[in-house]
Structure formats: structure tokens, C-alpha cells
Ligand binder design. Structure first.
Ligand SMILES: CC(C)(COP(=O)(O)OP(=O)(O)OC[C@H]1O[C@@H](n2cnc3c(N)ncnc32)[C@H](O)[C@@H]1OP(=O)(O)O)[C@@H](O)C(=O)NCCC(=O)NCCS
Length: 170
């Protein structure tokens, strides 16, 4: 699918800042993921380790120095031109202001060597699907969607995760 490029409309306040997380921020990523009520919450240890080892491919947003959102991502070891976005969350009271879209743009602009961007989304997550569809539109990139992890892959009750693959990114 080839889609039209459009300029994002930024509706985030001037005291919003984006930065690479430090280990001290791991607790905030864990808290934001927990409060999202949608993301799979991993052990707090995971977020600390993530902030130590994947800070270059992770972005967090603060408003008035208060952490309000993050995107965690990594370059796939077997496909180093592909940036896989693992988790995205914005605190409920700050949603709908283009914060996630702006973090995604900032992260994609910051990392070097990302030709493709992937993420997985469940079919009921309209907000997340729109976030990545509109990113593809802004980049004039194709977006392919296929099931990646289906019910039988999961040891627990988990909806199918669809792989969204976007690119090529220029
Ligand atoms: C998904 C999430 C990160 C979006 O954050 P956000 O800052 O509110 O998103 P933005 O304001 O940047 O909006 C980005 C796009 O998504 C659309 N969108 C946002 N919320 C939406 C909703 N509830 N339903 C449909 N579309 C929505 C916006 O209209 C915008 O589309 P556009 O670019 O075509 O105008 C946020 O809803 C969230 O944290 N959800 C819980 C965690 C989660 O589900 N994470 C994703 C798991 S895969």
C-alpha cells in the first residue's frame, strides 16, 4: 500500500521534552506500561535492563519533567536494518495530543540505519493501528500487515499479534 505524505500537526506543549532513558527511568517506563492497562506488563527488572542496554533505540517523553510516555524499540539482530518497536504508551490524561506520533517521528529520525520499522498489534487496538498507519503515510512508505504470533503460539490466553512492517524509510 502506498499512501500520501502529510505533515504531522503537533499539539504538544512547549514544556514537552523527549530523551533517551537512563537506568533511573526504568521505573517510570514500568509505571507507564502498568497504568496503560493495555500493554503486557513485564517485570520491573526488564525495564531497568532495557534502559541500560537499549536506550539508543528508546525514547521517553516528559511534561514539566514528569514522565508521561515512552516508545521502546530495538534493531533486530538478524535484520539490522529493521527497527522493531516493542512497546508504546502514553499516560491516559495526555493522549490525543500527538505525543505518541511525535515520539515515533523523533525516534525514527534519531536512530541511524533503520530502513524498515516493525511492530505488532492486536486487532482490537485501533489507536495503535492508526498511530503506525499515519506514520507510514507521513513517510510515504508501504505498510504490510500479517499475523505473526497466533493463539497457538502463546502459553496463555493472548490475542493474535499482527506484524506491521513499514518501509522503506528514507
Ligand atoms: C496507542 C497510544 C500510545 C496513542 O498515543 P497518543 O499520544 O494518544 O496518540 P497520538 O495523539 O499521537 O495519535 C496518533 C494517531 O492515532 C490516532 N488515535 C489516537 N487515539 C486513538 C483512538 N483511541 N482511536 C482511534 N485513533 C486514535 C490519532 O487520531 C492519530 O491519528 P492521525 O495521525 O491519523 O491523526 C495510546 O493510546 C496508549 O498509550 N494506549 C495504551 C497502550 C497501547 O495500547 N499501546 C500500543 C500497544 S501495540
Amino acid at each position: 500500500m502506498v499512501v500520501q505524505q502529510a505533515e504531522p500537526q503537533l499539539r504538544i506543549s512547549s514544556d514537552t521534552q523527549f530523551h533517551r532513558p537512563a537506568v533511573d527511568d526504568g521505573q517510570h517506563l514500568w509505571r507507564i506500561a502498568r497504568d496503560s492497562k493495555t500493554l503486557d506488563l513485564n517485570a520491573s527488572y526488564t525495564y531497568l535492563l532495557w534502559c541500560r542496554d537499549f536506550a539508543e533505540t528508546t525514547i521517553m517523553a516528559t511534561i514539566d519533567d514528569h514522565p508521561v510516555g515512552f516508545i521502546s524499540a530495538y534493531f533486530r539482530p538478524d535484520d539490522p536494518e529493521t527497527l522493531l518497536v516493542w512497546q508504546v504508551a502514553v499516560d491516559a490524561e495526555y493522549r490525543g495530543r500527538r505525543l505518541a506520533a511525535s515520539m515515533l517521528d523523533a525516534l525514527a529520525n534519531r536512530v541511524e540505519g533503520a530502513k524498515w520499522l516493525e511492530t505488532t498489534i492486536t486487532a482490537d487496538n485501533e489507536a495503535s493501528m492508526r498511530l503506525f498507519q499515519s506514520f507510514a503515510e507521513r513517510r510515504d512508505a508501504t505498510l504490510e500487515r500479517d499475523p505473526l504470533f497466533e493463539g497457538e503460539h502463546f502459553p496463555d490466553d493472548h490475542d493474535t499479534e499482527y506484524l506491521f512492517r513499514i518501509g522503506p524509510l528514507s
